[in-house]
Design a protein around this ligand. Sequence first.
Ligand code: 7RM
Length: 643
Amino acid sequence: MNPTRISMSNRIRTFEEYQKEYSYSVAQPEEFWADKASQFVWQKKWDRVLDWNFEKGDSKWFSGAQLNITENCLDRHLPEKANQVALLWEGNDPGEASQKITYQELLNKVCQVANVLLEKGVQKGDRVCLYMPMVPELAIGVLACARIGAIHSVVFAGFSASSLADRIEDAGCKVVLTSDGAFRGNKKIAVKAVVDEALLRCPGVQSVLVLQRTGEKIAMKEGRDCWWHETVPAASANCAPVPVEAEHPLFILYTSGSTGKPKGVLHSTAGYMVYAHYSFLNVFQYDAGDIHWCTADIGWITGHSYIVYGPLLEGATSVMFEGVPTYPDAGRCWEIIDKHSVTHFYTAPTAIRSLMGFGTELFSKYQLNSLKVLGSVGEPINEEAWHWYNDHVGKKRCPIVDTWWQTETGGILISPLAGITKTKPSYATLPLPGVQPILVDAEGNELKGNNVEGNLCIKFPWPSIIRTTYGDHERCIQTYFSTYKGLYFTGDGCKRDEEGYYRILGRVDDVINVSGHRMGTAEVENAINEHPQVIESAVVGYPHDIKGQGIYAFVICEKSDKSAEALRQEITSVVSKIIGPIAKPDKIQIVSGLPKTRSGKIMRRILRKVAEGDISNLGDTSTLLDPAIVDEIKAGALVPLKA
Ligand code: 7RM
């Protein structure tokens, strides 16, 4: 028995325990994580806890072990929790009956889909793409893949056919799970039609399993497409979990970076499992009987870790919501919280800011007294939004956990532990046990002590660290492990204040964060440049009241009779078509040139300043090829400028 071990459970209960656990995790990381892993079911125990080499971008956890993550999410909780609700689904339309799927039912449904996948020839290691709305079958499909050792690649259903095709192709997916359509607010969205268009470019896809959701008429391709309701219910509800090696890939999830092409972030099984569970339990302080609602879409990492895996690994009840917070009105979230006695509410600052705009009168209709913990994720939460969340939603009695993490980190790395860590608005506060942040200056020198500001890196692996970017390990090394030798570089700027608390300042690379969605400026530029009349473009982020950051595009077009307004509309629809509606620029300024240096590099600093509306300090523009262009750009700016 290790004397520093705090209890049989992996739960921290007090700040003193947190400090003890933290010290233990740094002094003896392998013992620490072996201890956390021991509560799970392993087909075979590990030989080694950790092997790593950051210079090669390598981390291996629990080598030699064999396990199945769905056995740990589902079977392990039976029989005590057979009749406990695992997934609580709320539809887009408040009039549609909620679904309560118990652990036993969920296991049966997962096994049925797993058997259908097996029948379709899916084998361990094969990639399966899921392009679906937020219905239970999406979570079931994800788990069905994991049941048989197939690698899931969920693509957010708001992406365009072209983005979907890129992702299916890059991962070499064999099968696609989708639906006929989707309900989203007062809109009905075509889903299968997008898949059909994408698959024109993806001959490797052999089968498409189609869930009937909206009932609209769709095309079914003979020999390739089949209906969910005609195959799944007929399949056996028994499917033995396939044991996989600890480092067997669990999923690929595409995310944007500073280059034009999104990367397939790959997570593996055992380390991801241990960390998704540990972080869920400790950050949210989930207790038996609590109802956890994470409003993210499963198409993003937050949904993977804190709707599906984290909660199910704890045997929790996880809410899944199909709709949007403003339909049928801006009280929808509060209505759902009261209806299902939600205890934990985890959402993005952009949602909070948009709801703030509807005022507080709506709250008189709701109790919100079931709430215990509030969470925030995806972007920095400004103080005003923090206070509004605290005052009107939490009624000043619910701790707010501002959770910082990334697709690549797999789970929350810096966050308060609910009710344990003293919070401070706009601070993600302290690292979880096992997480060793370090701030460095531009040259990579460590910024020691407190009251410092620099680039946020992590100096030691945690179990759910990115394993590779699918199909291109060199790119993984280049992106995360080369900027600062021996460190994982997050891409975020960060401040450590006088009491050692971390405050995330936002990206320091060419990535912007629009409503909590990561977007590469190069990616948006590439899409804009697809418009036949566009010669060149430069995209920057600018502060946006609700979205956090908006997209501001400076575009050079060929001469034509078209009005600037017509060009803007066409460019917007091209971007929507190529990436998806989430990448549509908020502002498009048609310019005759861009501020370039003599070597041809665009001085983005100047464009950022103009987009921010602050031209008081443009810096040195003497190295520009054509300094006059700056005056033209200022004169045509689409935001009010203050000098
Ligand atoms: C979970 C997720 C990651 C980027 C990250 C940050 C930003 C996320 C916070 C935050 C300030 C936070 N994954 N970010 N959480 N910034 N405070 N609590 O969002 O891969 O899509 O994005 O999001 O810039 O690098 S992500």
